[in-house]
Design a protein. Structure first.
Length: 402
């Protein structure tokens, strides 16, 4: 295995760069690894044949001596390459392939018909994909068991043998039960009693919320203009990440300061006010990157990836010193909570977020600090009471000696 790498010059800002020969997708690849650097990324993107790998966490192409020579020639003025025999045995972990499902042709036809049934009911592509995966995994588990003999106990055993060992979440469990209930409607010949299938109670976890100061710090420490525009758009409009990725330029009306979110969750459209302070940043970004169809694009005219947004958001929050676990949805939670703390009526917040039920929006009343700060702790009241009765010590403090 040949490995070249660039030693970082202590006296300059030359980035470290590693070229590795690895096995990926059953072929020998040339992998490039380096600390995040916008300039290096822009140069690699201009080279044909290079692809970003989420698994390898780096850029790669087919391994050939010509490709090695070309990348060294292309970046020779930006990094310093040096051969080091001491790390020849450096290995990379390759994700193992999932075992192919063993499903009979007859059951495959039933699954295809089930998917067609869901499409006929106008379920979203995301829901159809999720339900398909659940039913396919379930059929793989039951093997050759006739579908007409399936009972609730078969469903329970699947959960016990598959869901529990894999530590699936409660929400995943609930989705699976929903998929089975729909399958029973589609295929009534089976003996599953959908009425007796009980979804586990939904977890009542409070969302993580950033303070207003943390949001500003997050944006300030996001140096890349495109990344900063993406995060500012998500927070300022309270968007779901899927809504941001599908947001088209034609749906942004700068003159009216309005965004139109099309065909969002539940097949609903809604309008959102565009933040006045965000407009200069957005115009700067649009003039610099010139997207053609979508607000944010990976390759020209193609949607950006959710994985990339999560990756640079994680980096920015770490640089900003934010200890909380920050995801794109954290910015949406923060948007809603800050609106509530600013006195905006819950009904308006429900419309801005695109929630179908007011109960969904009500969760933000539990994390808003507006009214909580007006409630005095019994400890504060006790200290004030003692101070009032002790005229000689009106400045009583718990940190002092009694």
């Amino acid at each position: 295995m040949y490995i070249w790498y660039a030693m970082k010059n202590i006296t300059t800002s030359t980035p470290t760069l590693v070229l590795k020969k690895v096995l990926h997708r059953e072929k020998i690849r040339l992998l490039i690894l380096f600390p995040y650097n916008d300039f290096i990324i822009s140069k690699i993107r201009k080279i044909k044949g290079y692809t970003w790998s989420q698994t390898l966490r780096g850029w790669y192409t087919n391994y050939t001596p010509e490709n090695v020579a070309f990348i060294k020639q292309t970046l020779k003025n930006d990094v310093v390459f040096k051969l080091d025999n001491s790390i020849y045995n450096l290995n990379i972990t390759i994700r193992t392939k999932r075992r192919p499902r063993e499903i009979s042709e007859e059951n495959k036809d039933i699954i295809r018909a089930y998917v067609k049934y869901l499409k006929g009911k106008y379920y979203s592509e995301s829901t159809i994909k999720t339900y398909f995966t659940f039913i396919a995994d379930f059929f793989d588990y039951i093997k050759d068991t006739p579908l007409t003999t399936l009972t609730n106990r078969d469903v329970e055993k699947f959960i016990e043998d598959v869901f529990v060992p894999r530590k699936y979440s409660v929400s995943t469990h609930r989705q699976f039960i929903s998929a089975i209930k729909l399958f029973k409607v589609f295929y009534p010949e089976c003996k599953i009693d959908e009425i007796q299938l009980i979804r586990p109670k939904r977890s009542k976890l409070l969302p993580t919320v950033l303070s207003k100061e943390e949001v500003i710090d997050l944006l300030r420490f996001t140096k890349n203009l495109k990344h900063r525009a993406v995060l500012a758009m998500i927070y300022s409009a309270g968007l779901r990440i899927s809504e941001l990725l599908h947001l088209k330029l034609e749906h942004i009306d700068i003159d009216r300061r309005q965004l139109t979110i099309k065909n969002s969750k539940g097949r609903r459209d809604r309008n959102i006010i565009l933040a006045q302070s965000f407009i200069p940043l957005m115009q700067n970004y649009l003039m610099s990157y010139n997207p053609t169809i979508y607000f944010v694009e990976g390759k020209p005219s193609q949607q950006y990836s959710a994985e990339s947004i999560r990756a640079f958001l994680h980096r920015s929050s770490k640089i900003a010193g934010i200890k909380k676990r920050v995801t794109p949805h954290t910015l949406r939670h923060s948007y809603a909570t800050h609106l509530l703390e600013n006195g905006i009526d819950l009904r308006y917040i429900q419309e801005l977020l695109g929630h179908a039920k007011p109960e969904t929006t009500m969760i933000y009343t539990h994390v808003s600090k507006k009214d909580l700060l007006n409630i005095e702790s019994p400890l504060d009241l006790a200290v004030k009471s003692m101070a009032a009765t002790n005229k000689n010590n009106n400045n009583m403090r718990l940190s002092g000696n009694y």
